[in-house]
Design a protein around this ligand. Structure first.
Ligand code: MHO
Length: 219
């Protein structure tokens, strides 16, 4: 889904977002993927997010047939604005690293895109264990394949403000997932981001007044 569609650019916020050749990507499993999609999507410096399945061998995972995969969020970010360590901080603070998961679907896992991510993740895991004296259950593995989740899981929080998500989807089609504006609004309606940032971003999102006012009603 992500790479098949042209990158959306009708909205000014999307046109201004860094293109894929200027971004880095991180992939994390941290419980149900709806929450982290919203959390990371609201962060300044994050260009795009998407949710999917990874960390297993099953060749055709889907939500109702996950096989050995885990729900993950993929975060594409501008390395000049945000570091991988910043993302790791948000990762550790927003899942339960000390409890073994009941289901593989929801396990905590860093899926490292390269050796430097793997090292950074291992260092931060060791530091957390030193600080707490507890054993971290979260795993660190190399990323080997990412399978985008079904459309209805993407930007899930924003979908409960359908005036806004429908408008974005009719503008962009399936490339809606790759919209920076959609990522931000998805985060804001879930309660992330402060008042000042929401105001600044909303002033920049050229959706209809009706859609924007429905988004604001959820703040
Ligand atoms: N408890 C949530 C999990 C969904 S998440 C995409 C639900 O089923 O409503 O796994």
């Amino acid at each position: 889904m992500a790479s098949d569609s042209p990158r959306p650019s009708a909205l000014s916020l999307d046109a201004a977002a860094p293109p894929p050749e200027e971004t880095a990507t991180a992939t994390f499993g941290m419980g149900c993927f709806w929450g982290p999609d919203a959390r990371f999507g609201a962060m300044p410096g994050v260009a795009r997010t998407r949710v999917g399945y990874a960390g297993g061998d099953d060749p055709e995972p889907s939500y109702y047939s996950l096989g050995d995969h885990t729900e993950v969020v993929q975060v594409e970010y501008d390395p000049e604005e945000l570091s991988y360590d910043d993302l790791l901080d948000a990762f550790w603070a927003n899942h339960s690293p000390f409890s073994a998961p009941h289901k593989r679907q929801y396990r905590g896992v860093v899926l490292a895109h390269d050796e430097s991510q793997r090292e950074a993740a291992a260092e931060s895991k060791a530091a957390l264990e030193d600080r707490t004296g507890k054993t971290v259950q979260t795993e660190i593995e190399p990323l080997d394949g990412f399978y985008p989740a079904e459309g209805y899981h993407q930007k899930y929080e924003l979908r409960s403000t359908p005036v806004a998500s429908d408008e974005l989807e009719s503008l962009y089609g399936p490339a809606f997932v790759e919209s920076t504006a959609a990522a931000r609004l998805n985060g804001f309606v879930a309660g992330h981001g402060d008042e000042e940032r929401r105001r600044a971003v909303l002033a920049d999102v050229d959706l209809s007044p009706a859609a924007l006012s429905e988004v604001r009603r959820r703040f």
